[in-house]
Design a protein around this ligand. Structure first.
Ligand SMILES: Cc1cc2nc3c(=O)[nH]c(=O)nc-3n(C[C@H](O)[C@H](O)[C@H](O)COP(=O)(O)OP(=O)(O)OC[C@H]3O[C@@H](n4cnc5c(N)ncnc54)[C@H](O)[C@@H]3O)c2cc1C
Length: 425
């Protein structure tokens, strides 16, 4: 049942039954409440899944446990809790593919590593093509993936109908469906469980996690970070990482530098639950509408950004209507379901739609930002590689293309081929 090694607690089936018989009392808190130390080797700013993953891998892989995670709200309350939970690595450009594919490998073993059921469900990611030209491009992407060791296949209309029987291929629609690129190892992971799994494992290895503790400023001397300033006081640190998603530009401003990104709204919603009919994640590419069905039976739907800079976390009806109209073209039966919940998150979009990870102009201060609405899938890889950067002082190869300096050198990673327009990515 409750096995202990030091202050470690393992969950087990027997433990859950015993707690249930004991009127669900006596659970030990996952995140201990205490006052911060005066100094930490590493301070992670932002207790989303990314920041918590960094803390976990610092402790687990490098034995660095004098670490604090400072979270402005409660852990996992940002984009981690707001995303549509899709994971995949079906990217054409090498830098994007390699980081996300490394993450996909880590997702597979994460529940065992964390002893926490993160519900990785490799149910297949189906990316629809709406013209023969688009299908040809998907064939190029599939070939590139296979050549780099991933699994991918391209389906024609008949094979697609067999893979997703409830998909409407023949109704009169604005955009025909010509086929699809499928990555069967893509799917979904339970986002809240990811945050709590990393938090619990980091905490039991000795990392301190503080909630309701926003970083409000930095103390910098001769270009080097000395301390972070919080309502709990000044906390000195050897190094710190800004990992605050939609608030990245604000924190960079506190440290005296600018980031090439714009905060935009991204919305998502769920329908009422019904019996299982959809066993994959499907993406309507002509304008973006991605749909999956949860284990509870709800349909989760998301789409593109609202298309303008905003910190409002309040979505526009125009975008919602757009997403639902496309989803109803794929699955006309969806129009008979009620929408139960609808929300939005602030995504920090860079000029090339890709992340910024690594050094900043302030020595000792790292950045992990610009993930927009595509960063959940990379969570374990971000944690793994950024922890290595902090521990060794050397960026692993997987991170090098994502350096901030690419906006000065011009080595952009524009997966969508859209150009320098953050709101279009
Ligand atoms: C609607 C929507 C759908 C999405 N769907 C997907 C998807 O299907 N697949 C995918 O891969 N990605 C998706 N994403 C993107 C994904 O959610 C993010 O890229 C990812 O969650 C970023 O993780 P994070 O830990 O950096 O961010 P967060 O979870 O936002 O964590 C950052 C934390 O920093 C905290 N913070 C802010 N300011 C401060 C401060 N001053 N001091 C301390 N803490 C601070 C915040 O409270 C927050 O908890 C989606 C995003 C949205 C909004």
């Amino acid at each position: 049942m409750e096995s202990r090694e030091g202050n470690r607690v393992q969950y087990s089936g027997a433990m859950v039954i015993a707690k249930a018989l004991g009127r669900n009392r006596g659970w030990r808190p996952i995140v201990a409440a205490r006052e911060p130390n005066a100094r930490y080797d590493v301070v992670v700013i932002g207790g989303g899944a990314h920041g918590l993953a960094v803390a976990h891998y610092l402790a687990a892989r490098h034995g660095i446990t004098n670490v604090a995670v400072l979270e402005a709200g409660w852990i996992g309350s940002g984009n981690t809790a707001r995303n549509t939970a899709i994971v995949r690595s079906d990217y054409l450009l090498d830098a994007s593919f390699r980081l996300k594919h490394f993450a996909l490998g880590l997702w597979e073993g994460l529940a065992q590593e964390l002893n926490f059921n993160v519900m990785y469900s490799p149910r297949g990611y189906v990316d629809l093509a709406h013209s023969d030209g688009e299908l040809e491009h998907m064939t190029l992407r599939a070939n590139a993936m296979v050549l780099r060791g991933a699994e991918a296949k391209v389906l024609d209309r008949a094979a697609l109908q067999a893979r997703v029987p409830c998909l409407e291929l023949d109704a009169p629609s604005r955009y025909p469906i010509s086929g699809a690129l499928v990555q069967e190892k893509g799917g979904v992971v339970r986002h809240d469980a990811v945050a709590w799994g990393f938090a619990r494992q980091a905490s039991r290895q000795g990392v301190d996690i503080f909630q309701n503790c926003p970083v409000e400023g930095f103390e910098i001397a001769a270009g080097r970070l000395q301390a972070v300033l919080t309502p709990k006081g000044r906390i000195a640190c050897g190094q710190a990482v800004i990992s605050v998603a939609g608030q990245s530009a604000v924190l960079a401003g506190h440290a005296g530098f600018e980031l090439p990104l714009t905060p935009v709204n991204v919305q998502a919603c769920v329908t009422e639950p019904v019996k299982p009919v959809l066993d994959c994640v499907i993406n309507y590419n002509a304008g973006l509408s991605y749909v999956s069905q949860t284990d509870k039976g709800e349909f989760v739907l998301g789409g593109a950004t609202d298309g303008y800079g905003s910190q409002a976390r309040r979505g526009s009806f125009a975008r919602l209507e757009d997403v639902l109209a496309r989803a109803a073209q794929m699955f006309p039966f969806l129009s008979r379901l009620r929408l139960m919940r609808h929300w939005s998150g602030t995504a920090d979009m860079t000029m090339d739609g890709n992340a910024i990870i690594g050094e900043t102009p302030v020595a000792g201060l790292m950045i992990n930002a610009g993930w927009g609405y595509a960063g959940f899938k990379a969570t374990p890889a971000v944690g793994w590689t950024l922890a290595e950067r902090l521990a060794t002082g050397k960026s692993p190869d997987l991170l090098l293309p994502f350096a901030l300096e690419r906006f000065a050198t011009g080595a952009l990673i524009d997966d969508a081929g859209i150009g320098p327009y953050p709101w279009l990515h």
